[in-house]
Design a protein around this ligand. Structure first.
Ligand code: OFO
Length: 168
């Protein structure tokens, strides 16, 4: 059975994933409003991924015979200043989420709860991919001129992000 400490930790991370989904959602709305429909599309899809992560935690807690608690989700951040700021904040959010994931890996290791340790490995891999993707996009934006990127470069990025393949 899950210990109370691990249950609290997993539940907290579940809420964190819900917050990540809300942040992607609110940034997607911002991008759509600014006319970046490809970026908005990418962010909307990613909001869906984060919700899937939230559900993974929820289902795992149930599977282990415990009861998840659906908490209030904090308000997402205010709108980004520009496209570079948008992806910088996304990267920071992913870094924060990775810290939460690592904490759970450490806790499950210390408790010798190998089921939870194993469950968390998927998230370790996922966070590596998500941080790499956010960094890759940030590099692209920086090469294009950062916050002063030319309209043409942003147009290309916007078009590319509309086509980026989905992954869950
Ligand atoms: Fe849930 O993977 Fe990003 O945060």
């Amino acid at each position: 059975r899950l210990s109370q400490t691990l249950l609290t930790g997993l539940n907290k991370q579940m809420t964190q994933e819900a917050l990540a989904a809300q942040t992607y959602l609110s940034f997607a709305v911002w991008a759509a409003d600014e006319g970046y429909n490809g970026i908005a599309n990418f962010l909307f899809r990613h909001a869906g991924e984060e919700r899937t992560h939230m559900m993974k935690f929820l289902q795992y807690i149930i599977e282990r015979g415990a009861k998840p608690v659906i908490e209030a989700v904090p308000k997402p951040q205010s709108d980004p200043e520009n496209v570079q700021d948008c992806f910088e904040r996304i990267f920071q959010q992913e870094v924060g989420n990775t810290k939460g994931v690592y904490k759970l890996v450490k806790m499950s290791f210390e408790e010798e709860d190998w089921a939870t340790w194993h469950f968390m490995q998927w998230f370790v891999q996922e966070q590596t991919e998500e941080e790499a993707l956010a960094l890759h996009l940030l590099d692209k934006i920086k090469v294009a001129g950062g916050k002063d990127a030319a309209a043409e470069a942003l147009y290309t990025l916007d078009r590319d992000l509309a086509q980026l393949p989905d992954e869950v």
